[in-house]
Design a protein. Structure first.
Length: 131
């Protein structure tokens, strides 16, 4: 398959740390999670973007992707206790903003990783990426 999704759930009564480790089409993907109690998200793997490149993985559920003239607007839901990550391959990002959260972009050889830090109790938000 070219892309897929994972259902990730914390059925415990406590905030529980975990780690996702998978081999998807030969791509070894691994990332940490710290999920709120009794929460779940459906996270994408290798989500293809119309502009080329892909969202390699995300620790939050992507609810919308809107294509702008010079960027992307991404809506998301989160079950994270404090931090989410989205990794892109095949695209470059000049800047990124987040409604109601702090976001940091780190470029690397194959693309960029976004680290989104939420306020306690946050259940979702919106990011705007600029090329």
């Amino acid at each position: 398959k070219e892309s897929g999704f994972l259902l990730v759930a914390n059925y415990h009564d406590d905030v529980t740390p975990g780690r996702i480790k998978t081999d998807f089409n030969g791509d070894k993907i691994e990332f940490p999670l710290l999920m709120r109690n009794r929460s779940a998200v459906i996270v994408p793997l290798h989500y293809k973007l119309k502009i080329g490149g892909m969202m390699r993985y995300s620790t939050c559920e992507i609810t919308s992707v809107n294509y702008l003239s010079r960027g992307l607007e991404i809506g998301y839901n989160t079950a994270s206790a404090e931090t989410d990550m989205i990794e892109f391959a095949g695209i470059a990002v000049s800047s990124v903003t987040a409604d109601g959260a702090k976001v940091h972009a780190r470029g690397h050889d194959s693309g960029v990783t976004l680290k989104i830090r939420h306020k306690p109790g946050c259940t979702g938000g919106k990011l705007t990426l600029y090329y």
